[in-house]
Unconditional design. Sequence first.
Lengths: 357, 200
Amino acid sequence: MNNYKDIELIENFRSGMLNEQEQITFNERLNSDSNFKELYDDFFESEKLLQLKELWAVKEELNKFDYSIGEENGGSKGKLWWGLSVVALISAGSIYFMTAKDNKYVNSEIIQKKKDSEVKTENSSKTQAEVLFSKRKPVLKATLSAEKDNRGKEIQDTVTFYDLKIAEEPQLSEKIISVEEYKCDEPPKADVITKGSCPDENNGVVIIKSIKGSYAPYHILTDSVGKYHNKTEFRGLKPGRHLFYLVDNRECRTSLPVIIDKIECVKDEMVSHKPIQNYLIYLPGQLWKVPLTGKRGILEILDQRGNVILNQEILKDENDEWAGLDVYSREVDPGVYFYMLKEEGLKDKTGTITVFK
Amino acid sequence: MPEIANDIDIIQLIRTDKREQSIAILYNRYYPKVKAYIRSRGGSIDDAKDIFQDAVLKLYLKVMENKLNESGNNIGGFLMQVSQNAWIDKVRKDKRLNFTDSIGDAEFELSSNDNGFLSILSRENNQIIEDVLSSIGEKCKELLRLSIFYSLSMKEIAARLGFSGEESAKTQHYKCKQKLINVYRENHYLKDVLRGGNNE
């Protein structure tokens, strides 16, 4: 549905470009036209998506700074802060050189290391490898490099720093020369099937299926810091919003927001499901009353060998009595018979009937 | 780095989408003051960081919503007042102190709605928004963010995004706005989050 004209009108209203009469007409329409009012509300609310995205970018920019500046034992950190400030001011993607000893490393794990490559020049040889680090956080990609002169002496003593937290201090022969957040160019995809929850029963279901793309194996995360699950079916969910993440082997994740609807559930009637034992029928003339709860059901009667001797629709007060006849209206032999009664929205009823002659 | 003369220039940097520059200046100029305040009252570096970041986000929000008067307000005062209020709130919540202090006459109009809105801000929600907005296309996103939040004229936007002229950019703006409304209407989760004003 396209409402360009109305969108233009709301835009002009916001910009104060409507004259007095137009404003009156605008307000009257807001009060009388519910579709227009809805468009008006969505017009402003939808902008909040962009606003949040913008603020998140600001937050990420803010996270690049060192907030411990000026603290005790913070000499190297001070240097780092100064450096990072410069980085932020120069431009995105600028390179900041500092010595490896200024870095802080925390536990992480290397999840992929590409083959080393060696570049030889007249005076030196440079070995370089690309490594992916992760510890259930966005993956960081680092390029490790070592440069030695022709006598085997290390000549490179610099490292690029970009808000890096990685596993181990690089070996002497390996220096990190650039680090960037691994880009999830192709996040995994999946279909989500939901089943609503009955009120107060918390029995909603989410099934994540047809997972594809990106790098297997995949995991499902139920919240941002929660446990990684191998299963793809989640039961016992309460009505409301739930957030799942599909995470691939490189930590690329796709959010799967779902809403479990509150659904009205047909309650099973409180009926006894105990088999009705030893029901007696004296033929001819005596009838067995089919235990129908509602107005209609399907009755199936089997003999002890499992042969179906009757399978028919039963209507209340019409044919809800059995006279011991099979589907061909022949009298059945004496013995024990099993029955199953199916009614829509109710649990099946089962039991036995004993026929005497 | 060019010397920034005053707060008006910072607001202008924000309004003209110079995010990196404006934040670096805000950090260099005002974080030490906020940190000194928080540290002197027993707060940690993390407290100072969180409070300063929230204050900057609120500043951005004010500028984006055009609620920060360029000539009337000063950024340092705004950031300090927001930070002081946030610290007092935190102390009250942590029940670490019996606080009877209050910040003097509020020079700035600070809305508690801002806190609710900022509480939605999370990596998870950002990812969802990113996913949703990807369907309207990069150019549309850029056009909308520049036209809605920053004081760039349609002429400037047209030049920046390669439209043939002001009218073309304007028409495209309405089409993009329609797309944005459509994807928003389709996403009940985000509607719920935005209307609820909080994060699960």
